[in-house]
Ligand binder design. Sequence first.
Ligand SMILES: *Cc1c(COP(=O)(O)O)cnc(C)c1O
Length: 236
Amino acid sequence: MSVLAENLSALNERIERACARSGRTPGDVRILAVSKNHPAETVAEAVGLGLTLFGENRIQEAKAKIPLCPGRARWHFIGHLQSNKARDAVSLFDMVQGVDSLELAAELEKQAGKQARTVPILLEVNVAGESSKFGWNPEALLAALEPLNALRKLEIHGLMTVAPYATDPEKVRAVFRKLREVRDRCADRLGAPLPVLSMGMSGDLEVAIEEGSTMVRVGTALFGARPRAAGRESAG
Ligand SMILES: *Cc1c(COP(=O)(O)O)cnc(C)c1O
């Protein structure tokens, strides 16, 4: 078995165990394979193992890589997106996770119109209020829901968050729980379900699943350490 195949099987076991502990079904937790800083060949190998969803956080890297990858791969943008890159994001990605401002949402709406498509999005919440991170403050998000929902070419599928780094994942359980609560309030306010909760990464995915994650974004646990320094993780 290749290293990637072994890692995937270990990841699936982690997901299954977390689901078993929390009475959930593994099929309800999707794996978004975070391929940033890894080459197209790695993506091709992952597609060969049955992975279909991939995440990238830089437009420039995605633009070079995606055309070299198998057409079956589906792509989510997972970083902070600058409005001036909305056009590329709409043409390259199936979903934009991490919509963190009305300005960006309006630009995505405009580009979606130009490219005659609708764009599924997730709204990024900065649950812990870290100054180093992008994302809505929960109360600000509730206040912005109406104008966001008025953008007819954007489909709000749910919320995403990047938890603070913690050596003990139990320390960030409250962050994941809060994201779920914010999601429930947003869904109430919109009168529509927001089924996707994108939360949990290599180090904390069990806790995220126990708190309701429907999509874990996994880089290191699948592909190993990233080949070159990622710099600012959330740069678009
Ligand atoms: C890099 C990245 C991940 C993956 O992190 P790992 O710890 O390598 O699993 C997940 N989400 C976002 C937004 C990222 O930028």
